[in-house]
Write a protein that binds this ligand. Sequence first.
Ligand code: NAG
Ligand code: NAG
Ligand code: NAG
Ligand code: NAG
Length: 482
Amino acid sequence: MDLRLTLLLICLCSQGAISVEDTNKESVPLVPLIPLMPSNPIENVDNQNIPQLENEYTTEAPILATTAAISTNRGPLEDEQNEECWSTGRSPQSREVLAAAIQKLGVQLLQNLETTPEQPNIIISPFSILLALSQLALGAVNETRELLMHHLNENTLPCYHESLNNIFMQLRNNDLQIATRIFLRQGFQLKQNFVDNSRRFYDSDPAVLESLQQINDWVNNATNGKITDFLTSLPPNFLVMLINAVHFKGEWKSRFDPRFTSRGVFYLDDKHMVDVEVMENAKHPLSLFIDNELEAQVARFPFMKFMSLLVVMPMSGRVNISSLSEKLNFSDLYNRLPKERAVQVKVPKFKLEYSQELQEVFIKLGLGEIFSKPNLAEMADGPMLVSSVMHKSYMEINEEGAEAAAATTVVISRASNPVFQLTRPFVFALMDDMTQVPIFMGVINNPNPGAPVLQRGEHGSKDKVGFPMDKNHAGSFGGPPK
Ligand SMILES: *[C@@H]1O[C@H](CO)[C@@H](O)[C@H](O)[C@H]1NC(C)=O
Ligand SMILES: *[C@@H]1O[C@H](CO)[C@@H](O)[C@H](O)[C@H]1NC(C)=O
Ligand SMILES: *[C@@H]1O[C@H](CO)[C@@H](O)[C@H](O)[C@H]1NC(C)=O
Ligand SMILES: *[C@@H]1O[C@H](CO)[C@@H](O)[C@H](O)[C@H]1NC(C)=O
């Protein structure tokens, strides 16, 4: 059984670190690039674990149980097509295509998300993000559905949702918690078909939203307390939130002895380093090789239950994700992992949080339409748009193992009219419409030359963007410059 990637949690850590609020140590550990993958343990390729995997991955019971209730109101022909799609979704080919799609989305995001001095690391759950967009696709029709499908899998999977459902069920079997929910504004009506499909494919049930606390409590519970304040305010005009959370806690197959953990260093680049706590093992079983094309060392740290942490560490300096990403193929690295052998290892301990509004990066990747004028007619009637895709994540590595959590929400709001604020210098021409003769023309740099000039930020909250969703309505024109 050739199980490729089913989950990919990627942590790109370069310089500095975000310390989680309860860490008050002044130095924080770092690692260069830590993708977390489910294990396709190399040693399993030829041993007796295969039948066990096979059984787990072809479990049909949960899928059938969830479909049974729905198919009652369908005709026999639809049932037949349905059944065909469910079985296509369970094929290894579908799984492979989808795994590749999730990898690709993850790498694209790493490539396009920017690090800052305040947030020097990136930790995302491509699976969680893809899941949220896929559920959005269930509500989209025509060009919007096509756009989403193009970005999610390049239209290569005919039975997309069935295939993702299959992976969803497998991952759950793998001791990974995945929770999903639809939160609705009081009184807002979703189309029944969307509700049915969300439940059927992604086990996502609607609930009326009463307070912000309700969402944050839900995320907190679904991530085992690892993501506490997911949202800081309720988005204006919000109608629907498609939300999911994943939580993973795995124990290393070979634990580190805490007695050997000591202070050490992590090299940020040629000239800089930082103090970290380093776990050590003189004889750690590790699959390790050097990839000459990537000019990187590749190592796999297995967990107890069919998951692994795959690490790619470039030989020189910092991770340059833009040059790495063209060549980075996790399935390929995975397939090339050699047999484990005893290696002397040093691994930094760390505990990091990451939080990012993904709207900007998705616009950069070509999904701008979902934020301006999507066709979501399958979800509900009336003008709607996606006003935010919020992602928050957590990752910890210590002697026992790793814990990682992430939550993603797609927020759908009532479409309001586009905003235009003439709040920056501009050029004007006062035209005669018929002849197009400019009667006046000018440049306005300061419409109030007599007034004292203020420092930016002095003028109350105008320069501050509060909730990232505030600025997102219908393509914000104008506003203060960066
Ligand atoms: C989708 O496109 C078809 C064909 O152009 C059109 O007839 C239909 O009204 C569209 N549906 C929606 C909900 O926009
Ligand atoms: C909290 O999470 C557990 C396990 O993930 C779940 O069974 C339970 O229903 C959740 N509780 C609430 C209030 O959501
Ligand atoms: C990353 O690599 C690309 C292409 O090799 C190069 O153009 C770019 O300057 C590098 N970026 C950094 C920060 O080193
Ligand atoms: C990645 O590697 C796998 C396995 O070697 C291969 O089948 C696949 O085509 C590669 N993907 C890309 C995008 O090159």
